[in-house]
Design a protein around this ligand. Structure first.
Ligand code: NAG
Ligand code: NAG
Length: 363
């Protein structure tokens, strides 16, 4: 893997650099009595704020989409609408209301998906920025240090900078995946909501039971189909990718914060020999964090199927080319082509007074 190779090269290089510095640090004066540590909050508040906001938006989307199929069934069942209603006027009004509610549902769900897309994007951006802000803290270490320490510090900075770059790249991958999924869902839902609203407002559904029932059946079928296609498999993967990125970002931020704090303590008390041991081997100090990144990348690869695709591509000679093509459903295609004209039967079309022959809905 690219990551592994670059790490190995950096390690060899660092080992070379460090050889000369070990002795220097061994003879640093030992400071007695400085046993307490300075505590600092180095992770920007913005990181935790954006995390909370983004989590809330995710929760809202999950709540919004929960039990959709059951509600759809319940809301659009003609028999429940009819029971207790005696005049045809009120039952038609009731139908109209339920149809409006369905359109509103998709409109709101689209908005909620858009909000989560926006807030999670901010979260990923703030995470990258926070990692960078922590890196810059290293520049604030007092400059008047022995040359040997300065060199070690430079090495440490280089290692942390490299970590920051890798971390940002992986956050970008998670960002790209979740954004693609959420924005696609947002689009499909808003198109579908608009299509329904347009039919309701401009097509004039005939106010009789047969037509109402036919149109409701039509909407039940396509709402369920579009919902299942757009908001099932890939959305769940997006949730997982987001949750995993979030958990790891929190862990990594705390780890980076710990490292900065330790560094500041080490320089504050000039107790290099006790507190600065980690500086001798920056690569070892970041080892665990790098393996966290590798785990995260592997997880994303498997989750988003890119790993499988690239593995297949790698064994190209043994495969039929067609096997390599991803079988993933594109969310953008979840709204059937030519909807609703192409899907409506003749007898349903005859239930509307004014069906515009020229495609009234632009999808
Ligand atoms: C079902 O009806 C309730 C209110 O009666 C509404 O809040 C909800 O959005 C509707 N759901 C669907 C899928 O139409
Ligand atoms: C991240 O940092 C860049 C450059 O400093 C800045 O332009 C951007 O607004 C920041 N993003 C967030 C979400 O804070």
């Amino acid at each position: 893997m690219k990551l592994a190779w670059t790490t190995i090269i950096i390690c060899i290089w660092l080992a070379q650099c460090l050889k000369g510095n070990v002795n220097a640090i061994r003879y640093m004066p030992r400071l007695e009595g400085a046993t307490y540590a300075i505590r600092g909050d180095y992770v920007p508040m913005k990181f935790y704020d954006s995390l909370r906001t983004s989590d809330r938006s995710k929760q809202e989307l999950q709540n919004k989409l929960r039990n959709f199929l059951e509600n759809l069934q319940k809301n659009l069942t003609t028999s429940t609408l009819l029971s207790g209603l005696d005049t045809s006027i009120s039952s038609t009004q009731n139908h109209f209301l339920k149809l409006q509610e369905l359109s509103t549902f998709f409109h709101d769900a689209s908005e909620t998906a858009g909000l989560f897309a926006r807030d999670s994007e901010i979260f990923y951006e703030v995470t990258k920025n926070s990692s960078y802000a922590l890196l810059l803290k290293l520049r604030q270490v007092p400059m008047a240090q022995p040359t040997e320490i300065k060199i070690l510090l430079t090495n440490y900075f280089a290692e942390m900078e490299f970590f920051h770059i890798m971390f940002s790249e992986i956050m970008d991958e998670a960002l790209e995946y979740t954004q693609n999924v959420l924005r696609a869902i947002q689009k499909v839902f808003i198109y579908y909501a608009d299509a329904q609203r347009y039919i309701l407002q401009d097509w004039n559904l005939k106010p009789n039971m047969v037509c109402c029932k036919m149109y409701m059946d039509f909407l039940q079928l396509y709402s369920a189909q579009i919902f299942k296609c757009a908001a099932d498999h890939e959305l769940n993967i997006a949730y997982d990718v987001y949750a995993m990125a979030e958990t790891n970002a929190k862990y990594i931020m705390r780890q980076l914060e710990f490292r900065i704090q330790r560094l500041f303590n080490c320089f504050l008390f000039k107790s290099y020999q006790i507190r600065c041991q980690f500086l001798l081997n920056a690569e070892h100090d970041f080892e665990k964090l790098f393996s966290k990144l590798e785990e995260l990348e592997t997880y994303f690869d498997i989750k988003t199927k890119r790993g499988r695709v690239s593995a297949l591509r790698f064994r190209r000679n043994f495969q039929n080319e067609n096997d390599i093509i991803e079988s993933r459903v594109e969310i953008a295609d979840c709204l059937p082509k030519d909807f609703p004209h192409g899907q409506m039967q003749k007898d349903l079309k005859s239930c509307f007074y004014f069906v515009d022959k020229k495609q009234p809905i632009s999808v």
